[in-house]
Design a protein around this ligand. Structure first.
Ligand code: GAL
Length: 675
C-alpha cells in the first residue's frame, strides 16, 4: 500500500468528550494539517453497551466529521479492551498469570487470548464495525486490536492449557516425539498422555526450557490467532482496505513481529524513547530498522509516539523544544510514511491524564500544540517522500525464538538480547552505516556485512544459510554464545559452536563468563583494551587471531588464566570472511573491529566524515534521493553536501552545498539521481 503523503495525526478518542468539543477538534485538526487518526480503539463498551445491543450512531457522527474534514480514519476493530459485561457474564475469559493470579477487569487487555468466548464476541463486533463502515469515505486503514501482547504476554489458565495441548499435538503428532524434543527423561518429566502436559506454571525451580520455549511460541501464536480471526473478517468484508496492527517499541519479546508482519498489509510501530536517556535515539533507530525490515523495506507507519512526556515511567521527561520534531523526522528518515501520536486531546480523567497530547490540557496556545502545528506544516510540504525506500548494505540478525531461548534460566550467564543487539548496532549507527534488522530466514545475499549477536538457538537451516552466505563472498561477524542449541533447545554436540565451526575456523570447549561488572584485558594491535560479560576457552582451527585475552590490572583473576588465548578471530572461508568475538569488546574496540569488517566488505558510510551525533540516512525514489541529516547532539554542526541539493525544510529556491544544523536540527536534502 502507498500513502499519498507522509500521514500526520494521532489516536483520536472523542468518546471521552462531549460532542461540543468535536467541532473544535475538527477545526484544530484541519489547522494542524492532520490527515489520519486512529479511532475507536477503546470504544467497545460505548458501541456495545450490552451484549448484542449496538449503539453506533454517535460513532457515525465521528466518522462523518472526519470525512467532511478530509481526514482519514485508521479505524480500530474496537476489541482491545472488553466491556465489563463480558467478564461478568463469562469470568473464564479473564487471563491468568503463571502463579495462578487472575487478572481482573479494571484496566485493559483483560482477556485470555485462547478464549473462544472472547474471540466470538470480538469477531461479532468486528463484523458489525466492518459492515457498517465498509464504504465510509473516511475509512483508509484497519487498526486491528491494539498493541497485542502489551500487558498480557501469555495466559496460563485452564483454557490456555487445553489450547496449548492442542497446539502441541499439531506440532509433534505423537507424545514420544514431544518427549524427545523436550528432553523429558531429565528430572523424570516423561509424559504418557497429552492431558498430563501443563503450561509452564510457577514450579519449585527451573522449568523445562524446551517446554518454556514452546509455550512462548504457542502464546505468540494464540495472540496472533486473535488478530488473524479479526483480519480474516476484514479481508472478506473490505478486501480493498489495508490492515495493520501496532507493534511496540524496539521489539516486543512476546510478539514475533517478523511472523506477524507477513499477515499485514503495512506494519506500524509505537515508539516511546525516553527523553531523559541521551542515547534514546540509537535504541529507537534499531526499532525503526527492524520494523522496516519486517516487510522487506516497505514504508511503515509510526502509529504512536508522545508529543511530549509519557505518564508510565517512574519519572516522565518532557520533550524539550525541537525534540519531538527531530524524533519525528528520524522515523521518516528510517522509512516511516506516517507520524502519528498518542493522543489527540489530553484526557482529563482516567489512567493516562498526565500523558502528553497534541492538544494538551492548556489548549491550542501551548508550546506542544504549536510545535505540533509546525511539524504538520513541514510534513505536508514533504509529500514526495511517501513511498521512497531506505537501502542497507548491513544486516543485523534478530530472531524471536532465539530471544525466548537465550534469556531462559540456568545458562552460563544472564544475557539480555536487546542490550547485546544495541552493543553491536551502536557502533554501526555511529559509523553512519545503514542497517536492516532481519530474521535468519531472510535472503542475505544482498548484504555485504551480516552481524550475528548471540544467536544461541540456531537451526541447521540457519547454519547452512550463513555458511552459503560466507562461502559466496559475504562478510560475517558472530559474537559469543551463538550456534549452541537447536530449535528444541538441545545442544549441538561436538565443540561449540558445532554448526559453524568450519565457517569460523575454531572450537570452544568451555565458557568462562565474567562476574557481574568485571572486565578482562585484551591485546589488539599493540594496545590494551577491555572486554566485559564473557570470555571463553577457544582454540583456533584455521582462523587468524586478531586479539587475545591478556592478564593485567583490569583483568578478573580467573579470566587472567586465559592470557594469550584467542579473544577475537577472523577466518577466510570460501570467498568470504567470518569474524568471531569471544567476549564483548569495549565500545571503542567494537567500533574498530566493525569498521574494519565493514571496510573489508566494501560497505561505505552514507556520508564520509560525518560529525559526531549526526545521523545520516538516504531514502531513494525513482529518480530522486533524499538525504536526511539529523543532529542528535548538543552542538551546532556544519555538514558539507556532496552535490548541490535542495533542503526540503529550508529555502527551496537555493540549492546548498553545506548545511548547518543547530542542536536538534534536521535537513532533508533532495538530489536528482539516475534512478
Ligand atoms: C500505548 C498504547 C496507547 C497508550 C500509550 C501511552 O502503549 O497503545 O493506548 O496507552 O501507550 O503511551
Amino acid at each position: 500500500m502507498t500513502m499519498p503523503r507522509i500521514m500526520f495525526g494521532g489516536d483520536y478518542n472523542p468518546e471521552q468528550w462531549p460532542e461540543e468539543v468535536w467541532a473544535e477538534d475538527m477545526r484544530l485538526m484541519t489547522e494542524a494539517g492532520v490527515s489520519l487518526v486512529s479511532v475507536g480503539i477503546f470504544a467497545w463498551s460505548r458501541v456495545e453497551p450490552r451484549p448484542g445491543e449496538y449503539d453506533f450512531d454517535w460513532f457515525d457522527r465521528v466518522m462523518d466529521n472526519l470525512a467532511e474534514a478530509g481526514i482519514g480514519a485508521s479505524l480500530a476493530t474496537m476489541t482491545a479492551s472488553p466491556p465489563p459485561w463480558l467478564s461478568r457474564r463469562h469470568p473464564e475469559v479473564l487471563p491468568e498469570r503463571a502463579d495462578g493470579t487472575r487478572l481482573w477487569p479494571g484496566a485493559r487487555q483483560h482477556y485470555c487470548p485462547s478464549s473462544p468466548i472472547y474471540r466470538e464476541y470480538a469477531t461479532r463486533l468486528v463484523e458489525q464495525v466492518a459492515t457498517r463502515y465498509a464504504n465510509h469515505p473516511a475509512l483508509r486503514l484497519w487498526h486491528v486490536g491494539n498493541e497485542y501482547g502489551c500487558h498480557v504476554r501469555a495466559c496460563y489458565c485452564d483454557v490456555s492449557a487445553a489450547d496449548f495441548r492442542r497446539w502441541l499435538q499439531e506440532r509433534y503428532g505423537d507424545i514420544e516425539t514431544l518427549n524427545a524434543a523436550w528432553s523429558t527423561t531429565f528430572w523424570s518429566q516423561r509424559y504418557a498422555d497429552w492431558d498430563e502436559i501443563m503450561p509452564p506454571r510457577t514450579a519449585p525451580t527451573f522449568g523445562n526450557p524446551a517446554q518454556e520455549l514452546d509455550f512462548a511460541r504457542f502464546s505468540d501464536a494464540a495472540i496472533r490467532a486473535c488478530y488473524l480471526a479479526e483480519r480474516d473478517i476484514l479481508r472478506q468484508i473490505t478486501p480493498h482496505v489495508p490492515v495493520t496492527t501496532n507493534f511496540i517499541g524496539l521489539a516486543h519479546k512476546p510478539i514475533d513481529s517478523f511472523r506477524w508482519a507477513a499477515e499485514q498489509d503495512v506494519v506500524s510501530l509505537d515508539s516511546y524513547p525516553d527523553p531523559f536517556e541521551p542515547w534514546a535515539h540509537v535504541a529507537a533507530a534499531f526499532g525503526y530498522d527492524l520494523v522496516r525490515s519486517a516487510r522487506s523495506g516497505q514504508p511503515w507507519l509510526l502509529m504512536e509516539q508522545a508529543p511530549s512526556a509519557v505518564n508510565w515511567r517512574e519519572r516522565n521527561a518532557p520533550k524539550p523544544p525541537g525534540l519531538m520534531r527531530l524524533w519525528s523526522w528520524q522515523a521518516v528518515a528510517q522509512g516511516a510514511d506516517a507520524v502519528l501520536f498518542f493522543q489527540w486531546r489530553q484526557s482529563v480523567g482516567g489512567a493516562e491524564k498526565f500523558h502528553s497530547a497534541m492538544v494538551p490540557h492548556g489548549g491550542a496556545r501551548t508550546r506542544t500544540h504549536q510545535e505540533i502545528r509546525a511539524l504538520g506544516r513541514e510534513l505536508a510540504g514533504a509529500a514526495e517522500l511517501a513511498g521512497t525506500r531506505v537501502r542497507a548494505d548491513v544486516a543485523v540478525l534478530h530472531d524471536w525464538e532465539n530471544w525466548w531461548a537465550l534469556e531462559s534460566d540456568a545458562h552460563p550467564a544472564t544475557l539480555d538480547l536487546l542490550e547485546t543487539h544495541l552493543v553491536h548496532y551502536w557502533p554501526l549507527f555511529d559509523a553512519g552505516l545503514t542497517c536492516d534488522v532481519v530474521p535468519p530466514t531472510a535472503d542475505l545475499a544482498g548484504y555485504r556485512l551480516v552481524v550475528v549477536p548471540n544467536l544461541y538457538l540456531m537451526s541447521a537451516a540457519t547454519a547452512d544459510a550463513l555458511r552459503r552466505y560466507v562461502s559466496a563472498g559475504g562478510h560475517l561477524v558472530v559474537s559469543f554464545f551463538t550456534g549452541i542449541v537447536d530449535e528444541h533447545d538441545r545442544v549441538h554436540p561436538g565443540g561449540y559452536p558445532a554448526p559453524l565451526r568450519d565457517v569460523l575456523g575454531l572450537r570452544i570447549d568451555e565458557f568462562w563468563p565474567l562476574p557481574e561488572g568485571a572486565t578482562v584485558e585484551l591485546d589488539h594491535a599493540g594496545r590494551r583494551w577491555t572486554g566485559t560479560v564473557w570470555s571463553e576457552w577457544l582454540d583456533v582451527e584455521g582462523a587468524e587471531v586478531v586479539a587475545t585475552f591478556a592478564a593485567g590490572p583490569a583483568t578478573h583473576p580467573l579470566a587472567a588464566e586465559l592470557a594469550g588465548r584467542p579473544a577475537v578471530t577472523r577466518h577466510r572461508y570460501g570467498d568470504g570472511v567470518a569474524w568471531y568475538l569471544a567476549t564483548r569488546p569495549e565500545p571503542a574496540l567494537m567500533r574498530e573491529l566493525l569498521d574494519r569488517a565493514a571496510a573489508e566488505a566494501g560497505v561505505a558510510p552514507v556520508l564520509p566524515g560525518l560529525p559526531d551525533h549526526v545521523q545520516a540516512v538516504v531514502r531513494h525514489g525513482a529518480d530522486r534521493a533524499y538525504l536526511f541529516l539529523l543532529n542528535h547532539g548538543a552542538e551546532a554542526v556544519t555538514v558539507p553536501v556532496p552535490t548541490p541539493a535542495v533542503n526540503l525544510l529550508g529555502d527551496r529556491e537555493r540549492p546548498v552545498t553545506e548545511v548547518t544544523l543547530p542542536p536538534r536540527g534536521v535537513a532533508v536534502l533532495r538530489t536528482e539521481t539516475a534512478g
